[in-house]
Design a protein around this ligand. Sequence first.
Ligand code: ZN
Length: 135
Amino acid sequence: MHEPVILADAVRRITKDAGGALEIYIVLDADRAQLALQAAEGEDLAVQLHQGVQDVRRSVAAAPRRLPIRCVGCTRLLKKSTYAVVVAAGAGPVIKDGVVLAFCTRCATTTSQVRVHAVIALKGLWPNAQRTTVS
Ligand SMILES: [Zn+2]
C-alpha cells in the first residue's frame, strides 16, 4: 500500500525521477472491466492502474458527506456520477509516484476529452512537464 503523499512532494519526486517526462494514463469507467482482466493476468502496469482506480473508488465511496470528492473539471460530486480516473506519473515502465485525478462523464466521456481536461489541470501542477506518449 502507498502512503498518502503530499501533492507537491509527489510532483517534485516525479520531476526528479523522470526528468519532467510525464505519462498520462486514462481509465474510463467503461474500461474498468477490461483493466481488471488485464490486472488479473498479472500485467504490471494494469495491476498498478487497477489498484489506483480501486483506491479512488474506495475514497469516493468513503468520503464523508461534508467533504465529498468532486470532479476536477466541474466540482460535481463523483459519488453521483460515473467518472474517468487519470493517473499522471513519471514516464517509465512502472508507476512510481503518481498523481490521480477524476473527471465526471458530464465533463468528458472519451479518452481524448478526458486527456484535454487532464492536461489543463496538470499544467497548473506541473508547469514544466513534457508530454511523452499519446496512448
Ligand atoms: Zn465534471
